[in-house]
Design a protein around this ligand. Sequence first.
Ligand SMILES: Nc1nc2c(ncn2[C@@H]2O[C@H](COP(=O)(O)OP(=O)(O)OP(=O)(O)O)[C@@H](O)[C@H]2O)c(=O)[nH]1
Ligand SMILES: [Mg+2]
Length: 233
Amino acid sequence: MTGTPRILEVRRNILKRNDEIARSLRERFHKAGVLVIGLVSSPGSGKTAFLEKTLTLLGRHARPAALVGDLATSNDAIRLARSQAPVRQINSGTLCLLEAAMIEEALNGWELPQLDYLFIENVGNLVCPASWDLGEEVRAVLLSVTEGEDKPLKYPTIFNTSDVAVITKIDLAEAVEFDREAARSNVQKLRPGIPIFEVSTKTGQGFDSWLSFVAGRASRPSAGGPGPIRSAG
Ligand SMILES: Nc1nc2c(ncn2[C@@H]2O[C@H](COP(=O)(O)OP(=O)(O)OP(=O)(O)O)[C@@H](O)[C@H]2O)c(=O)[nH]1
Ligand SMILES: [Mg+2]
């Protein structure tokens, strides 16, 4: 048999369609002047806790909003809404990732120019979301100290498609004998030069630096062009 196996071809077409929607979303975000930051990590590494604190702190002087993806429940949206920011939950059903079309639909009725920041918390998974562009300007990958320093090496795609890394639950580092130098060096091996923040939502450690980074990215004119390559397809 010759030619591309059909299953591969279908996957490639789906990824291509996703990239087209992501590109048009990126243009909309750019025109509206909203900085979009995607959060990816394994389940339970602290995305919602980190985002709730980020929204609360940013909300004191700016207009942040969030979309949050989970297979089921609205639990995370309820937690994030405590920050007073506009929040929408996306339920992906059986899908282990968010697609650009889901973002497009979830934004219905929102006036993007009235926002300064839009955060997108992806479904907890270190594999599925890696190749799916959502039109975000910045992708942040979170790694909690309880997961082990080797995770970047074992799940390289999610780390080398990210623009910033956040080590979470740093208050637990000692208890789990977290080797921060090894973790940092593993992240840097995959994405040399990537900024890395170490934070705790329990103590507030690291949030000043993280918020300075976010503000810096917001004030930097984005290219508004095709954007970063996330798709491996
Ligand atoms: N000690 C400590 N616990 C934390 C911290 N951040 C989050 N947690 C705890 O970690 C658990 C998971 O946090 P979530 O914020 O739900 O994690 P998540 O990544 O959003 O999880 P999913 O959306 O299910 O993938 C909760 O019990 C949090 O209280 C932290 O900085 N320090
Ligand atoms: Mg969550």
